[in-house]
Ligand binder design. Sequence first.
Ligand code: GDP
Length: 298
Amino acid sequence: PAARPSPGLMGRILGRGEAKADEPRRALDDAMLEELEDMLVQTDLGVETALRVTANIAEGRMGRRVSSTELKQLLAAEIARIMAPVARPLPLYPRTPQVVLVVGVNGSGKTTTIGKLASQFKAAGKKVVIAAGDTFRAAAVEQLQVWGQRAGVPVMVAAQGSDPASLAFDAMTRAEAEGADLLLIDTAGRLQNRQDLMEELAKIVRVIRKKDPTAPHNTLLVLDATTGQNALNQVETFRRLADVSGLVMTKLDGTARGGVLVALADRFGLPIHAIGVGEQIDDLDAFDADEFARALVG
Ligand code: GDP
């Protein structure tokens, strides 16, 4: 599970003050920066990003006496600065159907996220079709059908174990015939056999490109916030398997604060299109850099 900063992250460095006026202050020195760095690493920012953040905070401020509140504000501002460029909703293109391939390991929240996205787009007046592309996982297909019903969106399914690429092709045909705005394609998340998965994803892409050479227009990687640092490996792996264009982080409603997103933003700069904040259909929020930074700092 992700390391979690205690509510008083800075309190541990500076001690707790009763009121703002008599808050303890401490000189910003090497020892304090090192403690800060350690805490940021524990918060899943990773060493590189933690170093960069503390260096930026130190710049021009060494020796200055700072309170916990000031330090928190500096830190939140620094993190928000890293996150602001990646806080971008899923772009909508004039070309329809816009094909959104959804990838990620099993259990990350792909199915749920597709259901939530379908519902949001439908509410925004878009015509949506879902393809249950993980044809091997009967449970995932059933789940997706339930989500489709909730969202009022058709779900294309195929016989268990049949070729996901041919389902994707059929779904594309239907989406075109019905004049759908969006086609959301679920995919398998079995990382046990990466070669198979890579070929499966590549074949889906090949086949939908026969219909539209510009598709897929987005490849969304769904990450589970509770896996902490593991998200870095998942991004690296999936970037090798598919042309990942953006991220969704799920399960940010629990104890995990998603500190790894800062490391991800710093390293890959991939847009964060949305965050999952619960198991209900409306529990998908836009990613807000300032809000995220404040919550992370605590
Ligand atoms: P998939 O295997 O990637 O398709 O994952 P699922 O969509 O089936 O999700 C796995 C589990 O995570 C399910 O129990 C979901 O209800 C749960 N889940 C998904 N997104 C969220 C979220 O944002 N918050 C919480 N608390 N649970 C989530």
